[in-house]
Design a protein around this ligand. Structure first.
Ligand SMILES: Cc1cc2nc3c(=O)[nH]c(=O)nc-3n(C[C@H](O)[C@H](O)[C@H](O)COP(=O)(O)O)c2cc1C
Ligand code: SF4
Length: 401
């Protein structure tokens, strides 16, 4: 491939009424950059402006809380007051000024909330990955949570964003309602697959009522749990079909409940020996290569079942692989998280002929700092790697960092 090959990746894309300049999405990636009131900081704005300046067609924010009980960590933004709307409007403006488009990803952390004292989930099922013992939400609380998604979606629209995306994967609240492991309710919200799907559909309807028929709503849907006895792919695909019938504008297939935090962000995807060596991943030099693009098979199944826009996420590491995802019709967009943490200007580079593998080695160090330190790649200098090692040993960064 050369710069003149006319990559499909670089052609405009469409989600509902919104047109993007290319098919690259910055996958929702928690920024750890909100202040104590849940407002985006200057660093948050700059991170998104830089991604847009780097050519990303559509930025998804990291997840933003719809309700005080749904905060993942204290640095999770929320969208509740005029002050939030004004602060977020500045982020949307900054991205628009760089030619990008932007959706806000909204969520409730469910049993994975690290802030609430009183952790709420569909049922009182302990969360082994987080060591939390949530309590089951009362009927009125479930209704309040549905309304909270609607209210936040309305505020996202008011702030001038191009769309809203729901985090319904990775073991957070919406995926917990869908899963037979975490939803043991015996009322209208649990039991049969139809009842477990009710929360998803009511959340969608509340959001649609708040934003009107034309404002794009996307959904990051956990299509299957990576936990024994959990949601199977077939039921996940049926949920996708139901959302498609309701009128959702885009679906991004991911993992539902996970046995490990990194199940949705698999390590060392597509890392070659040469890359391992140059990134000081010495233990990987003689290890077997992990496949990249690990959600392509489930995304293909998703594509067969729905008519809305389809987004492919998960370990996409070679430009050629990303192009094939679009060219072969697996998806309409590729969604990248870790590659754009390491290289925010990646898309511009692709426009200038960059091909082959991205610099990120999927080592997941950035994930270890998730919710603790501002989002960044920790492998870009020896100093940063040292800081990470220091943090692992002492539990804090060194003085002066
Ligand atoms: C540091 C970090 C934070 C993340 N935060 C979110 C998030 O807020 N919302 C979300 O839907 N996914 C989140 N993810 C998952 C990514 O969006 C993506 O699904 C996953 O990393 C696989 O894509 P990748 O291989 O391009 O990194 C996060 C991933 C990482 C590494
Ligand atoms: S720390 Fe850097 S190289 Fe490692 S996964 Fe994160 S972005 Fe990629």
């Amino acid at each position: 491939m050369t710069a003149d090959d006319g990559l499909r990746l670089l052609t405009p894309g469409q989600i509902g009424r919104v047109q993007t300049r290319n098919r690259f999405i910055r996958s929702a990636t928690y920024e750890t950059l909100a202040d104590e009131r849940g407002l985006p900081t200057a660093g948050y704005l700059e991170l998104h402006r830089r991604l847009a300046a780097g050519g990303v067609g559509l930025n998804f924010t990291g997840f933003v809380s719809v309700h005080p009980s749904g905060k993942y960590t204290p640095s999770m933004p929320n969208f509740e007051t005029d002050e939030h709307v004004e602060a977020f409007a500045r982020v949307a403006d900054a991205v628009h000024a760089e030619g990008g488009k932007m959706f806000v990803e909204i969520a409730h952390a469910g049993s994975q909330a690290k802030v609430a004292e009183n952790i709420v989930a569909p049922s009182a099922v302990p969360n082994p990955a987080f060591g939390h013992n949530p309590r089951a939400a009362e009927e009125e609380e479930v209704v309040e949570l549905v309304d909270a998604f609607g209210r936040t979606a309305g505020l996202v629209k008011e702030a001038g964003f191009d769309g809203v995306h729901v985090h319904a994967g990775h073991g957070y609240l919406v995926s917990e309602f869908l899963s037979p492991i975490t939803n043991l309710r015996e009322d209208r919200w649990g039991g049969s697959p139809e009842n477990r799907l009710r929360f998803t559909l009511e959340v969608y309807r509340a959001m649609r009522a708040a934003v009107g028929p034309d404002f794009p709503i996307g959904w990051k849907l956990g299509l299957q749990d990576f936990v024994e006895g959990g949601l199977e792919l077939e039921e996940g695909l049926a949920a996708a079909e139901a959302l498609d019938r309701e009128g959702v504008d885009a679906l991004e297939g991911t993992a539902g409940l996970m046995s490990r935090k990194a199940e949705s962000a698999l390590q060392y995807a597509g890392v070659t020996r040469r890359r391992a060596l140059s990134d000081k991943l010495l233990h990987r030099v003689f290890a077997e290569e992990q496949p990249e693009a690990y959600f392509v098979p489930s995304t293909r199944r998703l594509r067969e079942r729905v008519g809305c826009t389809v987004i492919c996420v998960g370990g996409l590491r070679r430009i050629e692989t990303m192009e094939a995802v679009i060219e072969e019709g697996t998806a309409d967009f590729v969604s990248l998280a870790r590659p754009l943490i390491r290289e925010p200007e990646l898309v511009r580079d692709v426009e200038h002929g960059r091909r082959g593998i991205v610099a990120c080695t999927s080592c997941n160090i950035c994930l270890m700092h998730d919710g603790v330190h501002p989002l960044q790649c920790w492998r870009t200098s020896n100093r940063k790697l040292f800081e990470h090692a220091w943090y692992r040993v002492t539990g804090k960064l060194s003085d002066g960092y």
